[in-house]
Write a protein that binds this ligand. Structure first.
Ligand SMILES: Nc1nc2c(ncn2[C@@H]2O[C@H](COP(=O)(O)OP(=O)(O)O)[C@@H](O)[C@H]2O)c(=O)[nH]1
Ligand SMILES: [Mg+2]
Length: 193
């Protein structure tokens, strides 16, 4: 998809702030710093509509981006940031539950996993959660440009094995640097919007 119009609608902290719109939503889940915001920016050809950060972010908001007046990307707060308090972690859980439990507009979840490493416990829990509730999942392995070519296949296998990946789900190898996987990611997303 070639995107001409993209805007942030709201950074929500509770469901009353979610957009009152019936448009389809594609949510992005992943640990903090995995590349969720960069993924959105790459797909819509904008350098910084979604704010990116080299430091793991602590802002816990659900950011809704309206794309082509057609659907919303929903950038969920990241998990797995070590330096958060118990209270912040609990808040994260409440926000995520509130979104997944209430959003009929949700059509698919892009689950981003850093391709350089084995999936974290949080990654596995997120994938299990999505499978358990039957949300369609698109797994996106990010930062592919940082994985040596001769390690790729091995790393893809490890990620799939650790996740207990369902081969019926999409699996896209992606990089915001090389733009590898951009078309494939769009193709997968377009199935759901
Ligand atoms: N080399 C490389 N760096 C990336 C890629 N995607 C994201 N990053 C970097 O990883 C950091 C975190 O990205 P960001 O999109 O803010 O992650 P978020 O916290 O999941 O939204 C930033 O410094 C990005 O520039 C990628 O595909 N390749
Ligand atoms: Mg982000």
């Amino acid at each position: 998809m070639k995107v001409h119009a993209a805007e942030i609608v709201i950074s929500a902290v509770s469901k009353k702030q979610y957009p009152k719109s019936a448009l389809a939503e594609i949510a992005l889940a992943g640990r903090s710093n995995v590349g969720k915001s960069s993924f959105i920016n790459t797909l819509i050809d904008r350098k910084k509509l979604a704010r990116t950060s080299s430091k793991p972010g602590r802002t816990q908001t659900i950011n809704f981006y309206l794309i082509e007046n057609k659907f919303h990307f929903v950038d969920l707060p990241g998990y797995g940031y070590a330096k958060v308090s118990k209270q912040e972690r609990a808040k994260w859980g409440e926000m995520i539950d509130e979104y997944f439990a209430n959003r009929k507009q949700l059509q698919a979840v892009v689950s981003l996993i850093d391709m350089r490493h084995d999936p974290s416990e949080g990654d596995v829990q997120m994938y299990d959660f999505l499978k358990y509730y039957n949300f369609p999942v698109i797994v996106v392995a990010t930062k592919a440009d940082k994985v040596a070519k001769n390690k790729r296949e091995q790393q893809i296998s490890r990620i799939k094995e650790i996740l207990d990946f369902d081969e019926n789900d999409y699996f896209v190898v992606f990089s915001t640097v090389s733009k590898e996987g951009k078309e494939e990611a769009w193709k997968a997303i377009e199935e759901f919007i």
